[in-house]
Design a protein around this ligand. Structure first.
Ligand code: AMP
Ligand code: MG
Length: 327
């Protein structure tokens, strides 16, 4: 089927209230008409996503935003102008046409313009804003290939557009720039350093850096089914008889492991981010009892990689039970 026909048909499915999984430059999204509360409800159902976790609305062009929400606060407009299309999600006031289910009842809305021509063609052809979280079951690994979507969501999706592996491989950076100083709500594919270069100092919300304030305080998310543990720069020897997987940031000796994935042989952060979830999907399917993961250098997109690894590990390291006092 020619791609254009695929996009036109998928756009018709969106207009009719259906669910379309589509590639963006970050990860695959699970899209529905953001003006249609019933269609948005199907996203939560398909993902088993809690209703309190709001969706990101996607637009075809930056020029569509003022038409949807009216005049933007100047710093928000400046960021949209500078970084769209691209992996930056901005917080704006929720317009009345967007039903509250999309924003989980918040009076704000997260919105972005993806830097992927087919995604923007799909949204433009549908003629509506498209609400789209990542196209995976809630809490699990994000999808960076169409087959990840099919394996994870299967029949719950009406159409899956296959655009091959996604370019960035990690979710968008979410920024609330409405106040006096911009706040990074989620680290992502747009490095914080680039934001600072564009608009000056920003606040990174505690808990969004991947470094837990205290053990177990990280929200569990982005997790493989196999237990995952972050090991810093050290590579512990595998225990005899136990099949373990190793996620290495760069090329390094890892003899004795049943499965090894190297994110970037030369240690390139952009390449590592693009391969992160794909490598975790493979390790998850390798039949190992545990995955050890090495952190990336904590700079640029490496901070987002470490954020995702920290949250994946948090799923598998619940806080220790409180000790009974005086015993
Ligand atoms: P996902 O698209 O699955 O990667 O998740 C989207 C994330 O965007 C949510 O988990 C929220 O953290 C964030 N988000 C969406 N809407 C808002 C909003 N109005 N304010 C703050 N964060 C938001
Ligand atoms: Mg997600």
């Amino acid at each position: 089927m020619p791609a254009e026909r695929g996009i036109a048909e998928a756009a018709a499915v969106l207009r009719a209230g259906g669910l379309v999984a589509f590639p963006t430059e970050t990860v695959y999204g699970l899209g529905a008409n953001a003006l249609d509360a019933r269609a948005a409800a199907r996203i939560f159902e398909a993902k088993a996503r809690p209703s309190f976790d709001p969706l990101i609305t996607h637009l075809a062009d930056a020029a569509d935003l003022p038409a949807l929400v009216g005049t933007l606060p100047p710093p928000v407009a400046a960021l949209a102008e500078r970084f769209w299309p691209g992996p930056l999600t901005l917080i704006v006031d929720r317009p009345a046409v967007i039903p509250p289910i999309v924003t989980s009842g918040l009076d704000t809305m997260a919105v972005r313009v993806p830097d992927e021509a087919s995604a923007r063609a799909l949204i433009r052809s549908a003629g509506v804003p498209v609400a789209a979280p990542s196209a995976n079951r809630f809490g699990q690994l994000s999808p960076t290939r169409a087959e990840h979507v099919v394996r994870g969501l299967g029949a719950a999706v009406d159409v899956v557009l296959d655009g091959g592996p996604t370019r960035c491989g990690i979710e968008s950076t979410i920024v609330d720039a409405r106040g006096p100083q911009a706040v990074v709500l989620r680290l992502g594919a747009l490095p914080v350093e680039e934001l600072i270069a564009a608009i000056g100092p920003v606040t990174v919300r505690p808990g969004s850096s991947g470094q837990p304030v205290a053990p177990g305080t990280l929200a569990a998310h982005y997790a493989p089914r196999t237990p995952l543990r972050v090991v810093g720069g050290v590579v512990p020897e595998p225990v005899g008889g136990v099949r373990r997987g190793f996620l290495a940031f760069r090329e390094r000796p890892a003899a004795g492991y049943a499965a090894v994935e190297v994110l970037s042989p030369a240690g390139d952060l952009t390449e590592a981010a693009a391969r992160l979830f794909d490598a975790l999907h493979r390790l998850d399917a390798a039949g190992v009892t545990e995955i050890l993961a090495e952190l990336a250098p904590d700079e640029g997109i490496g901070r987002a990689i470490n954020d995702r690894l920290g949250r994946a590990a948090a799923t598998w390291s619940p806080p220790p039970p409180a000790r009974a006092a005086g015993r």
